[in-house]
Every structure is written in C-alpha cells, then in structure tokens.
Design a protein around this ligand. Structure first.
Ligand SMILES: [Zn+2]
Length: 241
C-alpha cells in the first residue's frame, strides 16, 4: 500500500455504509484535503458512494469513493480499506489512499527546453512518491541545466546550492546526499537512496537553483524590457509634441 495515506486519525473513527439507510451520518462528515485539481486545501463532500448491498455480496478488500472538492467542484477519487463486513454494514477504515496527487508547480516556461522536459518528469515522479526515480530525474535535469548555463555553469550552480543550504540552515550530514544527486560525476550507481524527507529537501533546493539561474534572470530582463518600452514611448511622444 502507498505510504501516502491520510494523516487523519485512524482506527477508532470509521466510515459506515449501511444497507438499510444508504449512507450513515458519519460519511456526511466532510474530509479536508489538498485538492489535486485546484491545489487548495479544501473540504471534500461525498459525491459517489458504492452500493452497500453489492459490497456485502462481493466483499472486496478495498472500496473506492468519489468526493467533490468544495473549492473547484472537481471529483476526487479516494480508496479506502474495508475494516469489517457485518450483517448489513460495511465499515471502512478512516485512512485512505489518494489516487491522484496534487502536482508540484513551477514556472517551467523560463527553463531551457531540454531542462524543462526532464524537470517536469522529475516532479511527476515526486508527486507519485517515486523518490528515487525523482532523484535520477533531478540529476538529469541538473546536468541539462549546467550545459545550458555554459562555461562555468556547474560551478555557478554549486555556489547557488551552497547559498541555499546556508539560507535554509541545512546541516552538512543532511545535505551531503542532496549534493551527491545534483553534482555527482559518476554513474547512476553512486546515487544515494532518498527517503521522503530528503526528496522534499532536494525538490526545494533544485527549484531554488532553477529559480536563481533561469526564472530570476527571465523575469528581471522581461520586466526591464517592459519599463524600457514605456520610457521609449514617452520619449517619442515628447519628441513628436
Ligand atoms: Zn479543487
């Protein structure tokens, strides 16, 4: 089972589907969840609930429910584990698996094309809890970005990452595997195995690196160009007056 499960209280509180009454009141209680569609932490209301009679007949181990996001009204698919079948009741464990995870966002349009493709796939791996696939794709995306930065690009990136470590106050022991992923020169075998916490740090550090190297540059030059445009407009209208 996925380790991405709800952090909500487990065990005691159950969801009950009742053969006589349809949905018992406990299910009416709404869930709070980060919506995979709009990204808002919102309440989710039950939208589509399986037929209790069919469940009691087939007794599947897992049951799918569809909730509706209160913020954007999109359907959100959740899978629950059945705790117990009794005479005319189905009890579900309160913790669930989200079948769609929220996507990580980034200003991709500022990245070099090759880097963008790799980084998008890295973030997809991360959203799917595939943290070592994520690490491999981070290395490829990082190498692609060093090439795009040109001569001295890797050294510059290394300095940016050390600055990020310093700003965020990350200790060396925690940071060593992050650096090994991004700057290791060997083959894939020298990639350290990352857990969720380390992958989360790697994600933020690489986003920051790309921001410093590409997004910041792109936004700043674009903003200055726009300012320049209005200055030129003003000058030409003054001249023609
Ligand atoms: Zn939503």
């Amino acid at each position: 089972m996925s380790d991405r499960q709800s952090q909500q209280s487990q065990g005691e509180m159950t969801i009950v589907l009742d053969n006589d009454q349809g949905i018992e009141s406990q299910l009416e209680e709404r869930l709070g969840l980060e919506c995979p569609h709009c990204g808002v932490y919102a309440h989710m209301s039950p939208q589509s609930v399986p037929d209790a009679a069919a469940l009691l007949r087939d007794k599947p181990k897992h049951v799918g429910l569809v909730y509706q996001c209160d913020a954007c009204h999109a359907p959100v698919f959740l899978r629950f584990t059945v705790r117990e079948y009794s005479d005319n009741r189905v009890e579900l464990l309160r913790n669930f698996v989200e079948l769609e995870r929220p996507k990580e966002r980034f200003a991709f349009s500022y990245l070099p094309k090759h880097t963008e493709v790799l980084f998008r796939e890295a973030l997809t791996c991360y959203s799917n809890n595939s943290f070592n696939a994520f690490a491999s794709m981070c290395r490829r995306a990082a190498r692609s970005s060093f090439n795009a930065l040109g001569e001295g690009g890797k050294l510059r990136a290394f300095e940016e990452v050390l600055t990020a470590q310093d700003i965020a106050g990350i200790d060396d022991e925690t940071f060593t595997p992050i650096k090994a992923v991004l700057f290791g020169t060997g083959t894939e075998e020298d990639l350290p195995l990352l857990n969720r916490a380390q992958a989360g740090i790697l994600l933020e550090v690489l986003k920051d690196l790309f921001y410093q190297c590409f997004v910041r540059h792109g936004k700043l030059t674009r903003a200055i160009k726009v300012r320049q445009f209005f200055v030129d407009e003003e000058n030409s209208s003054l001249q023609s007056a």
